[in-house]
Design a protein around this ligand. Structure first.
Ligand SMILES: *Cc1c(COP(=O)(O)O)cnc(C)c1O
Length: 409
């Protein structure tokens, strides 16, 4: 094979539903040289990560750490570690990622029940309660913000229902964490997982997770000895967790005070995860949530100012992503390609029932910024015009500017 030049990627502004442009400070942290797995500076950095993510998840859970892998690794670790074959599991579904929870729970051998609403809505708490009363699930597994539809499921009532009926609550907070309120302890969430590539402003490849004491107890009861390596005796009463890599009992022993060797921690991703959370904590979580709210409102006003119709129940929309109907007669993929090649800006399409029907535009993490919003709206206006759509000149940037200037004309 002929010699290749060093890797070189074009500059892009990633304004889709994730991944997003990584904060340069996170890229810088990732280029830090490695230390050994049990070097005191490494274990101290692991401790930092645990403390930082307790703040990010708004929890006092000791067991707050990283699963190595993309967000899906965190989801799968939670479900495979909780669910034994035959366990009843309830999944409220309001978008693509609800179906993913069903798929994973089925692979764990769960007896899966669902409550489903049309895309663009959230699941009413009464419907969840009715299903919980009927199914008596061991686990309720639900997505917080589903990027496929942009909806954000209210969780406080679902948490209370789970406590009343003694079910464990698992939440996928990948898309919402850091840009929308998320309160693990106040809402009674037993396990929450996330990823870095949405509001946390990092690359994909690390899955922050927090596990409540009652979920820890369920998982610990399934803990098995790894032959010849562990010294804690086999006290397990449950069925062996059907994954080694994603066995949270072992991963917790690795992050815990005993530091039992499991995998080799993905050090560069840990540096990234640490910097993502450090930046959020430095900014203040409430400020970061306000920032996502402001830029999300500006983008929403902007797309409406361009005459685009917003998809779904706006009252329940995540702050960090908006879906808009592709106007009749406009080729959605052509516009996305024009944005990418002519302006270096990426926006998203969608899946399933929304494929080819909506674009999804994100304002999250490092890109929840006024210049990123303004550039995207200006470019979108021109790309729409190139595609033959009638658009009000300056309608997008003008409406967004009004949001930034507090509604002044
Ligand atoms: C984006 C997203 C994911 C992404 O999972 P990856 O494994 O990191 O690709 C998972 N869940 C939700 C709700 C998301 O929005």
């Amino acid at each position: 094979m002929t010699a290749l030049p060093p890797l070189s990627m074009p500059p892009r502004l990633l304004m889709g539903p994730g991944p997003i442009t990584v904060d340069p400070r996170v890229l810088q942290a990732m280029s830090t040289q490695l230390v050994g797995q049990f070097d005191p500076t490494m274990t101290a950095a692991m401790g930092d990560v645990m403390a930082l993510y307790r703040t990010v998840f708004a929890t006092a859970n000791d067991q707050t750490f990283l699963v190595d892998g993309t967000s899906r690794a965190g989801i799968e670790a939670a479900l495979v570690s909780l669910i034994e074959p035959g366990d009843p599991v309830l999944v409220p579904i309001f978008g693509r990622f609800g179906h993913l929870l069903v798929e994973i729970a089925e692979r764990c051998g769960a007896d899966v029940h669902t409550v489903e609403v049309p895309w663009g809505d959230v699941v009413p708490a009464e419907d969840v309660e009715r299903a919980v009363r009927a199914v008596r699930p061991k686990v309720v597994a639900v997505v917080h913000g589903d990027t496929s539809t942009t909806m954000c499921q209210p969780l406080a009532d679902i948490g209370a229902i789970c406590r009343t009926y003694d079910a464990l609550l698992y939440v996928d907070a990948t898309a919402s964490l850091g840009g929308n309120a998320f309160r693990t302890d106040d809402w009674g969430v037993d396990i929450a997982t996330a990823g870095l590539q949405k509001c946390l402003g990092g690359p994909s490849g690390s899955a922050p997770i927090t596990v409540s004491p009652r979920a820890v107890a369920v998982i610990e009861a399934r803990k098995h000895v790894e032959a010849g390596i562990r010294d804690d005796g086999d006290t397990a009463t449950g069925l062996r967790i059907a994954s080694n890599y994603l066995d949270l009992a072992q991963v917790m022993d690795y992050w815990g005070p005993r530091r039992l060797n499991h995998h080799t921690e993905a050090t560069s991703m840990l540096y990234a995860a640490r910097e993502c959370a450090r930046l959020l904590v430095e900014e203040g979580l409430a400020n970061a949530i306000d920032r996502h709210g402001l830029h999300g409102r500006a983008m929403l006003a902007g797309v409406e100012g361009l005459g685009l119709r917003v998809f779904g129940d706006v009252a329940h929309k995540m702050s960090n992503v908006v879906a808009v109907h592709i106007p009749d007669g406009v080729d959605g993929d052509w516009v996305r390609a024009a944005l990418l090649t002519d302006y270096g800006i990426e926006i998203g399409t969608s899946f399933g029932p929304l494929h080819g029907k909506v674009w999804r535009i994100g304002t999250m993490g490092y890109n929840a910024r006024r210049d990123a919003v303004m550039l995207t709206l200006a470019a979108l206006e021109q790309a729409l015009r190139s595609a033959g759509a009638q658009v009000l000149a300056g309608g997008g940037v003008g409406a967004a500017r009004e949001v930034y200037e507090g509604g002044r004309p």
